[in-house]
Design a protein. Structure first.
Length: 674
């Protein structure tokens, strides 16, 4: 699950928005979130969040507003106040001075305008000096060394054959547009974006001094389209084992004819002593090498200039900033206004020194009592998952043993990391945002490359405490739950725990469930790719997974536009399992007591309503948002709620669901894996 996503009471000058939660309420359920004009049994999602949808007005700069975006904006507002205060403090710690420098440099738009493209000149000069395909490979590596991947990159992660060591994994990365369908689909919703993208490229290259920006733009789109044709689909990439293609360092120069990965790797900074390599999508890399030898070098130069300028656009003079907003925010994603500069500034600091910023956020905005309460919920979720494994009717004794061993080895971290990065060697300047960003990204990439010579750190986080999000890492068998997640409506310290288990408890259980979804269940507790299920049990697992695929493939996001159940099956398994596990955890917390009835709602009803509330979101009402939703590995919010509750027997009892009700699914058609 991923997000970056709060409430107008904190920034009334930007837009009108009712706070997500406005003061403590014992039941944890707010009447104005609900829509009682519909029955829970017919449209549970609208019943749970219809009031929120009706009253919330999203900001013009963010198409598609939802709970997590509300919360992330709230976090950013608090951090923005902290950063502004740092700027006027006479005495700061060294790390605080660096944070203040970053923020000040990004907010200084007049200074940015006066410097023009000078901060990028040495990178642009390197592109100008390209004379052959090897030079292109070298510049591609140099750009990747700053985290600026152009269609391909290297991901350093624990080796799934030996989780005690790191592996350099060559993977396909984004082109200029978000996915291959944007280049290849004949549907009008994609072809209109392509036309706008062509105009965008022409404008950027004209600003960069191209003699014939129209011809250069067309050639760049042709190049990217050829690369898109060779890209693996998201579904193909997610097939367990499909991306495992090992090779030695000696093979680097020849494994992708036309593309010398040795030259690329040296420029990227992969240590000469590194020994373990993987090529995730070999056919894509072969096509990339073919394009290096057949596409004229001036086209590659134009393409590299474009990608560099687009990456750094918000830190460049106004014509580049405005063009980036016009295309990426408005034409591509459907916003009608530019995002406020202060929000981008906080995001910029978050991206460059996120760990340091996170420690300030935790120290000032994360009460220890909340963490202790949340840990109690976490403990019950783990206990409930253990019970479900032990009580499973389809697992053999051997498979049950493997599942329990994996659960025993699971590393779960909440709040903030025990290991904070040391930024002492990172140079910052109050007048160089582009340089700050590139140095910080280069510092991070170099740090990742150096990991390849060290033992695997199972406690390392790849998310900061201020992110309203969480994740499961299959290679580390690790769940991370950042501090920013532990706030309303996920967690309400003064509310009855039914709501906390339905929201935060579900989130914890969802992430834990990823350890046992279609992909996660093929790895053991150490992060090693190994089959611990018996063949018979694996067959039964896949049968149940295919039922989930079929269910979600029937959900229409728009007329004639159905979800890809195969693409989202991992998240759907975790949604369904997470709801059942969180429900069991809630009842464990009751210790045999009967839940009180509050605000006319039973404990079970409040549990399910709290789950629905965390998925409050605006309707998907444009082609641009349909594009994004259909390419997402997560189902849209309403279907995440609908799909999970209709497979949960306790939901039927809580709301007295009958066969004639719209949410009803016959018992024999309901599916649970864990």
């Amino acid at each position: 699950m991923s997000t970056s996503r709060l409430a107008a009471l904190l920034i009334p000058f930007l837009f009108s928005l009712t706070p997500a939660v406005a003061g403590p309420i014992v039941s944890g359920i707010y009447a104005n979130d609900l829509d009682r004009s519909v029955r829970a049994q017919d449209d549970f999602y609208r019943y749970a969040v219809g009031g929120w949808v009706a009253r919330v007005e999203s900001p013009a700069w963010m198409p598609g507003w939802d709970t997590n975006r509300e919360l992330q904006l709230n976090v950013y507002q608090a951090i923005n106040d902290d950063l502004k205060n740092m700027r006027v403090q006479p005495s700061l710690k060294p790390v605080e001075r660096k944070l203040a420098d970053l923020y000040a440099s990004y907010m200084d738009e007049s200074g940015i305008d006066s410097r023009g493209l000078a901060p990028l000149q040495r990178y642009l000069d390197a592109i100008d000096r390209i004379h052959n395909p090897a030079d292109v490979a070298r510049v591609l590596g140099q750009m990747s060394a700053y985290g600026l991947d152009v269609g391909m990159g290297v991901w350093v992660h624990p080796d799934d054959q030996d989780p005690s060591r790191y592996l350099a994994d060559f993977v396909q990365a984004d082109l200029g547009l978000p996915g291959r369908d944007y280049y290849l689909s004949d549907e009008p919703r994609f072809s209109s974006v392509r036309a706008a993208y062509l105009r965008h490229i022409e404008r950027v290259l004209a600003l960069a001094g191209s003699a014939d920006p129209g011809a250069d733009a067309k050639a760049v789109v042709d190049l990217e389209t050829s690369l898109a044709q060779a890209q693996w689909t998201e579904t193909a990439t997610r097939v367990p084992g499909a991306t495992s293609h090992r090779f030695s360092r000696a093979q680097l120069a020849d494994i992708a004819p036309g593309l010398d990965l040795r030259t690329y790797s040296d420029a990227l900074g992969i240590p000469a002593e590194a020994q373990y390599f993987n090529l995730s999508q070999p056919s894509f890399y072969a096509a990339y090498g073919d394009q290096l030898t057949t596409t004229p070098l001036p086209v590659w130069q134009a393409y590299l200039r474009l990608r560099l300028l687009d990456y750094v656009a918000r830190m460049l003079p106004a014509p580049f900033r405005n063009e980036a907003d016009r295309f990426f925010s408005m034409e591509l994603r459907g916003a009608t206004a530019s995002r406020p500069r202060w929000i981008r500034a906080v995001g910029f600091v978050d991206d460059t020194m996120g760990d340091a910023l996170g420690q300030i956020y935790v120290d000032k905005h994360f009460p220890p009592a909340a963490e202790q309460h949340a840990h109690a919920i976490l403990d019950n979720v783990v206990a409930a998952f253990r019970q479900r494994i032990n009580k499973s009717t389809w697992l053999s004794a051997a498979s049950r043993k493997g599942a329990l061993e994996k659960l025993d080895h699971l590393v779960i971290r909440m709040g903030s990391s025990r290991q904070v990065r040391d930024y002492a060697n990172l140079t910052t300047s109050a007048s160089d945002p582009a340089g700050n960003w590139l140095r910080a990204r280069g510092w991070q990439v170099a740090r990742d490359m150096e990991k390849m010579l060290k033992p695997v750190n199972r406690d390392e986080w790849s998310m900061t405490p201020q992110a309203v999000n969480g994740y499961y890492s299959v290679s580390r068998n690790q769940v991370v739950l950042p501090a920013a997640l532990i706030q309303p409506p996920y967690f309400q310290a003064d509310a009855d725990d039914a709501a906390n288990y339905g929201a935060l408890g579900w989130f914890i259980a969802h992430e834990l469930s990823h350890a046992f979804d279609r992909a996660g269940s093929r790895y053991d507790g150490e992060g090693r790719r190994v089959e611990w299920m018996t063949p018979t049990d694996r067959t039964e697992f896949e049968r149940r997974a295919q039922v989930i695929v079929a269910q979600y493939s029937q959900y229409a996001i728009a007329p004639g536009k159905f979800l890809n159940g195969e693409l989202s099956v991992g998240e759907n398994i975790a949604d369904i399992t997470g709801l059942s596990v969180a429900y069991d955890a809630y009842h464990l917390s009751l210790r045999g007591r009967k839940a009180p009835k509050l605000d006319g709602l039973s404990g079970d009803q409040r549990f399910f309503l709290a789950f629905g509330r965390i998925w409050a979101a605006e309707k998907i009402n444009s082609d641009k948002r349909i594009n994004e939703a259909l390419a997402d590995t997560h189902a849209p919010e309403s279907f995440r709620v609908f799909g999970a509750v209709r497979n949960n027997d306790a939901f039927y009892k809580a709301f007295n669901v009958k066969p004639s009700d719209a949410v009803f699914l016959p018992k024999q058609a309901r599916i649970q894996i864990w």
